[in-house]
Design a protein around this ligand. Structure first.
Ligand code: MSP
Length: 661
């Protein structure tokens, strides 16, 4: 059986997820699903990149450990992938024990072979990018990638002999044009980095302790990018006794990455693998960016720029998983950048999903229901039947060629060309006219059969892209929702199959009205900007705590009351805490932020009941751990003297993040 190993980059646990972040992973998910459906054995890897100075600093400023800081963010990211139906095979964390052990083995090997050596380092460090720059690489004294301030750092460090591998990397590009795609990225790497020759890379830190300690010198910790890149092989058990997956899946078929991190993947990573004597990945693809106002969509940009809704949770909530997936997969020409606006998203949903696909499905189902009790027989071919059938029969080969070229937008445009052709076929064959003439009943049946088969074939081809809609369509046509590509022969649907008429899968959106709603929502989300937890937490002093705990509460001054910060939150995930009978662990979305909250309400609410509830959360309580789970707030409840308990919720519809006073 063919194998296919595909990876996304591992994500920084920033918590400020936006639609741009979803791009890489949604593409990989569609590719992974496509290869699975082709009958290949697929391993799809994603995860989180948790070490480094940024996390260390953030955790310190909150008075919690780095792991306490990242755990809820990782839960939040996993939740985002669940919402987008991302079917990964492993979610790796660089804090996983097996990963850290693998990183140590890699360092040890390179140290023993002489490719890692000790020397003094001085460089300009960009903390957000976790990257070192030489003076000449800086742009106006700032980080050339993100334009932020850098700091000069000097320390005794270990270096990797990257310079030694420059000629081999150039040769790799020359001999394997497929290795780095699209082609423009090769020119960037050669002209910007390789031509001038590579300098050795500093791969250890003594100042940043939130990392993997080097096995041969425990004062030193791994450089985050070596740690991060190693995830692609550590996830498979590289250089461990449990290396069956490595033997099966390495070298990776595809590392899909955003263009800003191609340098790490197409230069440092192959050099490391060469030094380890391991094969390099078959392909690295550096995709383009989602832009907002012409620049890379990022949290800071999103805050600065007008009123686009970029929060994946809100987008999925408003338009559904498939619509968001579809936009990402269809809108941006693959390899290029593409502007993101809500209007473009809404127009895409309306034009392709509600109109073309939605209409074809509902018209076909409605006409079958009106005229027959079940699917009519195939009948004889006439008129343009042959053209439609040929398009259906050729569809898989076309889609497959596009997917082999990683071109999801083109693959989707081929499927939607068949959908458009089928809509045109309805206009050509005028089934409503045929229905009036009893002598044309057989022909009417044949037309509707051809339409049903077209819908089925398109739905099977759409499975890697629209995970929910394709399943619903297939089910309604009496087909297996997991139907594979082996079912793509025209004519497989059996006459007499009951056809269910389902409600519109993609209701048409009133774009004008929706844009006004979205603008309001974005404005209210901006008002409830992420909280300054550390500052707020400090405000709640000992005195206030004692007062809160006292049985008979003293009167409090208004200024004291206002020290409490109360916000509306929405419970987006909830589970029982295994070790406790009383506690539930909720993931609560509060405006742009997601928090981990533990509440003693397991006797009154089930986790299922909690999901979707709007609650009031005290957001400036100092974080605490309950049964080992971090709680970053308190959900308010009312309780009567008989011990009956009820959540306190806003009485009218209220956005999460709204202030309670
Ligand atoms: N941790 C590193 C990767 C290490 S891999 C060994 C990292 N993480 S990230 O969280 O910053 O980015 C994750 C992915 O999101 C990257 O592929 C990045 O390109 C992608 N995107 C983030 N913003 C994006 C857009 N605005 N548009 C498209 N993708 C972008 O980098």
């Amino acid at each position: 059986m063919n194998t296919y190993y595909i990876t996304t980059p591992i994500y920084y646990p920033s918590g400020n997820w936006h639609i741009g972040h979803c791009y890489t992973t949604v593409i990989c998910d569609a590719l992974a699903r496509f290869h699975k459906m082709k009958g290949e054995e697929v391993f799809f890897l994603t995860g989180t990149d948790e070490h480094g100075q940024k996390v260390e600093k953030e955790a310190k400023s909150r008075g919690i450990t780095p792991l306490e800081f990242v755990d809820p963010l990782v839960a939040q990211l996993k939740d985002m992938w669940r919402l987008l139906d991302i079917g990964y095979d492993r979610f790796i964390r660089t804090t996983d024990e097996d990963h850290a052990a693998c990183v140590q083995r890699i360092y040890q090997k390179l140290y023993e072979s002489g490719d890692i050596y000790k020397a003094e380092y001085e460089g300009h460090y960009c903390t957000p990018c976790e990257a070192f720059w030489t003076q000449s690489q800086l742009k106006d004294g700032k980080c050339p990638d993100c334009g932020r301030e850098v700091t000069l750092q000097k320390e005794e460090s270990y270096f990797f002999r990257l310079s030694k591998y420059a000629p081999r990397i150039l040769k790799l590009y020359e001999e394997n044009p497929e290795f780095l795609q699209p082609k423009s990225r090769v020119n960037e790497m050669v002209n910007n980095f390789l031509k001038a020759g590579l300098t050795d890379l500093c791969v250890s830190r003594t100042t940043v302790k939130w990392g993997v300690p080097l096995p041969f010198d425990e004062k030193h910790f791994s450089y985050v990018w070596i740690d991060a890149l190693a995830n692609y092989v550590s996830a498979l058990g590289y250089a461990s006794p449990q290396d069956a997956l490595y033997k099966k899946f390495w070298p990776a078929d595809l590392h899909m990455v955003g263009k800003e991190i191609v340098r790490f993947h197409a230069i440092i990573w192959p050099a490391l693998l060469m030094a380890l004597g391991e094969p390099v990945p078959k392909q690295i693809y550096g995709h383009g960016w989602l832009l907002i106002g012409g620049d890379k969509l990022s949290k800071s940009k999103q805050d600065a720029v007008k009123s686009e809704l970029t929060d994946p949770y809100e987008l999925v909530k408003r338009y559904g998983t498939d619509a968001v997936r579809y936009f990402l997969l269809r809108e941006i020409p693959f390899g290029s950048d593409g502007e993101y606006t809500n209007e473009r998203l809404l127009n895409r949903i309306n034009a392709d999903l509600a109109n073309d696909l939605g209409n074809l499905v509902s018209r076909t189902q409605a006409m079958i229901a009106q005229n027959f009790s079940a699917l009519p027989a195939r009948g004889l071919q006439e008129g343009t039947d042959g053209e439609l059938i040929a398009m259906c029969e050729e569809l898989f080969a076309r889609v497959s060629a596009d997917m082999d070229a990683l071109n999801a937008p083109e693959a989707l445009s081929k499927i939607f060309a068949v959908i458009s052709r089928a809509n045109k076929y309805i206009d050509e064959t005028t089934p409503w006219v045929l229905a009036k003439d009893p002598a044309k009943r057989e022909r009417l049946g044949a037309v509707l059969y051809n339409l049903a088969e077209t819908v089925r074939i398109c739905a099977v081809c759409l499975r890697p892209f629209l995970t929910k809609a394709s399943a619903a369509i297939l089910k309604s046509f009496g087909c297996d929702e997991n139907a594979g590509f082996d079912t793509l022969r025209f004519g497989l649907l059996e006459a007499g199959t009951p056809i269910e008429k389902i409600p519109p899968i993609f209701p048409r959106i009133d774009v004008k009205k929706e844009l006004v709603e979205v603008e309001k929502l974005v404005a209210s989300m901006k008002k409830s900007a992420p909280l300054k937890r550390e500052a707020n937490a400090e405000k709640v002093g000992k005195k206030e705590k004692e007062a809160a705990n006292a049985a008979a509460k003293p009167l409090v001054a208004f200024e004291d009351f206002t020290k409490l910060e109360l916000k509306v939150g929405e419970v987006i995930a909830c589970e029982k805490i295994a070790k406790s009978e009383k506690l539930l662990h909720e993931t609560v979305k509060i405006g742009n932020e997601v928090r981990s909250v533990v509440s003693g309400i397991a006797k009154y609410y089930t986790p299922e009941e909690m999901v979707g509830k709007k609650v009031v959360v005290v957001t400036n309580l100092k974080p605490a751990k309950l049964c080992g789970v971090l709680s970053e707030g308190m959900i308010l409840c009312a309780e009567d003297e008989n011990g009956n308990l009820s959540l306190v919720s806003p009485e009218k519809e209220m956005v999460s993040g709204g202030t309670v006073r």
